[in-house]
Design a protein around this ligand. Structure first.
Ligand SMILES: [Zn+2]
Length: 204
């Protein structure tokens, strides 16, 4: 089998900060241009990403069960979870916004966690899946992650705008904290996963 030429088997390391190529020689080399520590593969990438993904899956439970907002209008109101908020939007005839909230708050975080889990499983168990498609999946996950912030932005704007004392108010619930943590954790997980591990599978 023809061995593909890679940076690693050519004795080179890429600095991920400034993209300078460095000769691998010393044990913990630093980039001579920007001073960052450079690694052929991010140390502990798999274990840290696993830990973040498992935490993310656990936190999805309180994020969806606990109320994310409490809207009070003229002393009347009830806490809303993500799902009940979407149902209220549909009942109020705001279907496009309901779809947007459903995609940003439920579909994107779950897809992202499942996508990273799939990549982790591929690397961990050396599944022979197309490295090219795995890399596309990784890029897609990194791209869509930030859109989950939509719900949190909406809550933070509503809390500030709809603060009319006894008349009406919007307060974030404990579900919002759990949801925000899921979003941040998935961002860290995709950042922590080293996509070069996908291409190592081709060499084994
Ligand atoms: Zn550098």
């Amino acid at each position: 089998m023809n061995r593909e030429q890679t940076l690693r088997n050519s004795g080179l390391i890429l600095c991920l900060t400034c993209h300078k190529l460095i000769r691998a020689g010393k044990k913990h080399p630093r980039c001579p241009r920007c001073g960052s520590l450079v690694h052929s593969r991010t140390p502990g990438s798999l274990s840290t990403t696993w830990a973040l993904v498992i935490t993310g899956f656990w936190l999805l439970i309180p994020a969806n069960i606990l109320p994310i907002t409490q809207v009070v209008y003229l002393g009347d109101g009830q806490p809303d979870t993500i799902i009940s908020g979407i149902i209220s939007l549909i009942n109020d005839g705001m279907l496009p916004i309901a779809i947007l909230v459903f995609l940003a708050s439920i579909v994107v975080p779950i897809l992202k966690l499942l996508g990273i889990s799939f990549l982790l499983l591929c690397v961990q168990f050396k599944w022979t899946f197309s490295a090219y498609h795995c890399t596309l999946l990784y890029r897609f996950i990194s791209l869509i992650g930030r859109w989950s912030m939509l719900d949190l932005f909406m809550i933070s704007i509503l809390t500030a705008l709809v603060d009319m004392g006894a008349v009406s108010s919007v307060t974030p619930g404990p579900g919002a904290t759990a949801f925000a943590t899921v979003v941040v954790i998935t961002l860290f997980a995709s950042k922590r996963f080293d996509p070069r591990l996908i291409w190592d599978l081709k060499e084994t």
